[in-house]
Each structure stands twice: as C-alpha cells, then as structure tokens.
Design a protein around this ligand. Structure first.
Ligand code: NAD
Length: 362
C-alpha cells in the first residue's frame, strides 16, 4: 500500500511486510549512488540493520552507521552533535542522506540532524515501532529533549520517503505495541469511527489479522491532518488529544507509567470532561471503557483532580488564565476548548467521577 503525502515536500509512505529487504531498490528510485548513514539503536541494530545495509550496498550505496543506546535519553544534544560531527568528518554533502531506522526516538533525533546539517539534507524514515509507524514518522516533526524538558528543540523537516515494514512489529513487546495502539485509538476518536470499530470488533489476540488495515487508516488520518496544517498552527493541535492530562499522569508517576498508558488515561479523562462539560454528543466513556479493558489500558490511576490539574497547568498549552484542551465530542469528532483555569480542576473532578462510577458498575 502506498499513501502519498502532499505537504510542502511531497513524499510517499509505503506499508508492506518485508519491505526492509527491498531498501536498496526503493531508495535507488530517489537517489543516485551516494553516501548514506543509517542511524539506529542497539535493539533495532541487532534485529534489522543487516538487511537494510546489505540491500543498500548491493544497490551501490556507501553505507555508514551510527548506533545509539535505546530509550528516550538518547534524544539529547550530545547525540545530535555526535551525528553532525560524524557527517562532517566523513564528508557528507547535500547529495547524501540519512536513514532513521528505529522507533520515535531515532526518528526524531535523525530528522532534526537532517534538518540542520548543512542547512538541511535528505532523510528517509524507516519506522520499526508501532508508535513510530502510526505517528512520529509521518508529518516531519523532529526534536530532541533538553535538560529543561521534552522536545524543546526541533524543526519541521519532511522526509524524502517513509518505508514501513510491518514484519518488524513481530519483535515488539506487548507494552511497546500498546503505546502504538493507544495512538491509533486516539486517531480513531479524532477522525475515524471505522478505525475504532476495527479495534472494537476484534480481540487483541487477532491483532495480526487487522493491524495492517489499522496502520493504513491511522496513517491516512495523520496525513489528512498534516496536509491541512503542516506547521501545527491550527488543526494539527487536535493530535494532542489526551496528552495534556496524560503528561500530568506521566509526571505524577515519576515516569513509571509509560507515555502510552498515560495518554490513554488522559484520553479517557478528556472524554469524561466532555460529558461533564456538556460538550459531548454521545457517551464516549461508555464506548471507550470496554475497549480499554480489552486492550489493557487504565483510565484512573488514583490521582486527585488537584494533582492532575496542577501538572496540566504547567503544560505548553496554557496561555495566561486559559488552557486549551482537545475535547472529544463523538467518535470521529473533536474540538478545542479554551477553559478558564478556575474551572479546570472541577471539570477534571466531574469527568473522573463519571469514570469511577463506570468502574464500580463493572
Ligand atoms: P523508542 O524509539 O524508544 O522505541 C521504543 C523501544 O522499542 C526501544 O527500546 C527500541 O529499541 C525498541 N524497538 C523499536 N522497534 C523495535 C522492533 N521492531 N523490535 C523490537 N524492539 C524495537 O520509542 P517509540 O515509542 O517508538 O517513540 C517514542 C518517541 O517518539 C518519543 O521520544 C516521542 O517524543 C516521539 N514522538 C514523536 C512524534 C512526532 O510527531 N515527531 C509523535 C509521537 C511521539
């Protein structure tokens, strides 16, 4: 399956099992033989770099590699400079390119290095985690973390192409799969009830039979949003659904609750707030709850409304006394509400109460 993205730079996304074995022929359509640098992490390197490297060499490319430790802490300034200095020392020029082979951490770091090396060189996204396939590899948002906070330095820089080999999903752990699944459920709530139904009508054990369809739908949603608002000035903000309260949950747990599980909680609390605020056109709490139980997500980690509100109010989305929150109205329909901070905690409390009633009714 090929999906074309028409942003300031048009590019194609190909989704296919065992696509890594065809890396060389695919990239030969885009570049004449040149230098390329595969950037990856140790886990992905052990499993997949060999295939990509062999295919590229056979197609005549000069292949370089940089392998980082896995995990969020890799997305830092030192590693960004390590990439830039390596490229300079090996004489990379604007006709050469980078390949991000890995999850969202590698995609964000590589994309940012590509955006600033010699004022911008080409890069290819080859996402290997489900989250990177359905979210971070599409749309050209790149970043590193600073000691002061996550994703504080970055750029919009679109890739030359995105190649997704769905066979890579077979080596992901359950919790890594869940991080991708919640982003897909989020995309369904934002724009596509039929994607929700895919998850709703299947059992988690059947994931293998519908995951490719679900990826195609999720990527289609992300494509539509980034084409409309490439630089996140407006509509693209809806992709933050669940993230404002989710970041609070993450911080309150001292990052022991993963980003995906925290966003899942934030999404459900936002659904509760939508109902409590009178903005919901249907009872999303009722619709989402069984799905959460089925896929192992939790809505309520026992944090108080005051704790959740405090964390959320330090979020980037706050402007003075107003916080902008993405609120789901119905399946496939969201809106952005500006909420006065004096009302915020009460709304969270009312939303949580609905969720807690639902839990005790189970
Ligand atoms: P990640 O890159 O850390 O990958 C998660 C783990 O999975 C790592 O240990 C990695 O080695 C391993 N892994 C990856 N593919 C594998 C495979 N096929 N088999 C076995 N193990 C594999 O994290 P992630 O969840 O992919 O992405 C999270 C990052 O993405 C965060 O830094 C977040 O800020 C960023 N993000 C960016 C955007 C964007 O638009 N740029 C959107 C969402 C998230």
């Amino acid at each position: 399956m090929i999906i074309n993205v028409n942003t300031s730079k048009a590019y194609e996304i190909e989704i296919k099992k065992h696509l890594l074995d065809e890396t060389g022929p695919r990239i030969s359509r885009l570049f004449r033989p040149a230098k390329c640098c595969i950037i990856t992490d140790e886990n992905v390197h052990r499993l997949y770099t060999g295939k990509v490297e062999n295919s590229l060499k056979t197609a005549g490319f000069e292949v370089h590699k940089i392998v980082f430790s896995p995990g969020e802490s890799t997305k830092n300034m030192n590693n960004l400079f390590r990439i830039l200095r390596y490229l300079a020392s090996e004489g990379f020029t604007s006709s050469d390119f980078l390949i991000a082979l890995g999850g969202g951490v590698i995609g964000d770091l590589t994309g940012f290095a590509a955006a600033i090396y010699m004022r911008g060189i080409s890069y290819i996204q080859m996402p290997t985690s489900l989250l990177a396939m359905v979210d971070s590899s599409v749309g050209g948002k790149t970043a590193i973390d600073l000691p002061e906070g996550k994703n504080l330095a970055g750029a919009f820089w679109q890739p030359e192409a995105v190649y997704m080999d769905t066979a890579c999903l077979e080596t992901l752990s359950k919790s890594q799969l869940q991080c991708g699944i919640i982003e897909m459920i989020k995309a369904a709530v934002i724009l596509d009830p039929s994607l929700f139904e895919l998850f709703n009508t299947h059992k988690p054990q059947e994931l293998g039979s519908f995951i490719e369809d679900a990826i195609i739908k999720s990527v289609g949603i992300k494509k539509r949003i980034v084409e409309t608002d490439e630089n996140e000035k407006g509509i693209r903000k809806v992709l933050n659904l669940g993230h404002t309260i989710g970041h609070s949950v993450e911080k309150l747990s001292s990052y022991n609750i993963s980003h995906g599980h925290a966003v899942a909680s934030g999404l459900m609390i936002a659904a509760g707030m939508a109902k409590a605020g009178g903005w919901a056109e249907e009872n999303l709490v009722e619709r989402l709850f069984p799905l959460y139980e089925k896929y192992g997500f939790k809505a309520d980690y026992g944090y108080s409304p005051a704790e959740l509100a405090k964390g959320a109010l330090s979020d980037k989305k706050r402007r003075g006394d107003i916080i902008s929150l993405v609120i789901p109205r119905a399946m496939g329909n969201v809106t952005v509400k500006d909420i006065h901070i004096s009302r915020f905690e009460d709304l969270i409390a009312a939303g949580l109460e609905l969720i807690r009633k639902r839990s005790s009714a189970e």
